[in-house]
Design a protein around this ligand. Structure first.
Ligand code: PLP
Length: 387
């Protein structure tokens, strides 16, 4: 495996070299605590401010509305539980069947604690019906939590329309924006989203750092209690190196967004067209919906996805069967099942996630080797059935 080809960028991304450079001084002599009154601390405060400004600029909000956290999972938890704690009389949550486990597993846990949860269905293309949302909201609804873009299929939900409905019905809206930020233009100024989760490692910052957007004036209870860092929304001494890295990654993403968006989409489309042309019995998931430009989810009929991924891995191609958080289990993806994909076909799912580091030649190589690998995986799976 000399040159491994990484096509699992919805699971995580490499740290950009510029991000690593930006972090290094903070692992060396710039170790001050931003809360300290002496000069070691004071200068660090300015670096946090710069990072906050850069992230705010990427998502189109005020820096005052950005609060740093440990990542997407924490931000999703802070948003949902923070709203519930602020409205103890409201015991109903509206979300979708295709959320990331940071929302879905949390909601299942909340059900055990007596909350009522409505999981909105999606159609066979992964699309959401606004009428279903309108119908689900009632007087008891504490919040709506809906992802901007799906981590498995890349399907983009109509967030502006969703936020309009939530505002009309005066229900808080939390958006899991983890897959959208850095991949598509996100402009919070155009929406009435109240809260949004952001994760650094999905756009070339390190793992373990992210943020939550909290609309100015919107009140939520924190998850943690302690000092006044992040104005009390997220106490605990700030992971300065990671926050600096997140800020740098946000700046790079904003600079790259315009031209990379099209370049990556062209590569993804080539991959998709190539699969459909060269390999029999392939299904593309969510192909009829607006999608992230970097994501291709495909099902290969008669294939065990895990077996195909292993063959791909042996040939230097890293991809995934869907959500990495759940992929230790051999169960088909909850997203594909919600789309009505038959279990047997959902088992043959492979997700490819490109990044701005993905090159033309890499896509060509995938298209060269995939037909053979799928054929081999199909033979293996037939043999297993017989055996
Ligand atoms: C990765 C991901 C998360 C979790 O973010 P972490 O920073 O890894 O905790 C949440 N939601 C979506 C849609 C994701 O893709």
């Amino acid at each position: 495996m000399t040159d491994t080809l990484y096509l699992d960028n919805n699971a995580t991304t490499r740290v950009a070299p510029e991000v690593r450079e930006a972090i290094l001084p903070f692992l060396g002599e710039r170790y001050g605590n931003p809360s300290s009154p002496h000069h070691f601390g004071g200068s660090i405060e300015a670096d946090l401010t710069l990072a906050r400004n850069r992230l705010a600029s990427l998502v189109g909000c005020s820096p005052k509305e950005i609060f740093f956290t440990s990542g997407g999972t924490e931000s999703d938890n802070l948003a949902i539980r923070g709203i519930l704690a602020s409205h103890p009389d409201r015991r109903h949550i509206v979300t979708t069947q295709v959320e990331h486990s940071a929302v879905l597993v949390q909601c299942r846990e909340l059900e055990k604690q007596g909350f009522r949860v409505t999981y909105l269905p999606v159609d066979s293309d992964g699309g959401l019906k606004i009428a279903d949302l309108e119908e689900a909201i009632d007087e008891e609804t504490a919040l709506v939590s809906i992802m901007w873009a799906n981590n498995e299929t890349g399907v983009i939900f109509p967030i502006e329309e969703i936020s309009r409905v939530c505002r009309e019905r005066e229900v808080p809206l939390h958006v899991d924006g983890v897959q959208a930020v850095g991949k598509i233009p996100v402009n919070l100024a155009n929406t009435s989203i109240d809260l949004m989760a952001i994760s650094g490692h999905k756009f070339h910052a390190p793992k373990g750092v992210g943020a939550i957007y909290i609309r100015s004036g919107f009140k939520i209870k924190p998850l943690f209690w302690g000092g006044n860092q992040e104005r009390g929304r997220r106490p605990g001494t700030e992971p300065v190196p990671f926050i600096v890295g997140l800020g740098k990654a946000a700046q790079l993403a904003e600079e790259c967004l315009d031209h990379e968006f099209d370049r990556i989409r062209v590569l993804r489309d080539e991959l998709e067209k190539g699969f459909l042309k060269k390999i029999p019995e392939v299904w593309v998931n969510g192909g009829g919906q607006p999608r992230l430009p970097n994501t291709l989810s495909a099902c290969f009929e008669g294939v065990e996805g895990e077996a195909l991924l292993m063959l791909m891995d042996q040939n230097g191609i890293a991809a995934s069967s869907g959500s990495a958080c759940l992929s230790h289990r051999l169960e088909p993806s909850h997203v594909l099942l919600a789309m009505g994909v038959p279990e047997e076909i959902a088992k043959g799912a492979v997700r490819l996630g490109l990044s701005r580091y993905t090159e033309n030649e890499e896509i060509e190589r995938v298209l060269e080797v995939m037909p053979g690998l799928v054929e081999k995986a199909r033979r293996l799976s037939k043999r297993m059935e017989r055996g």
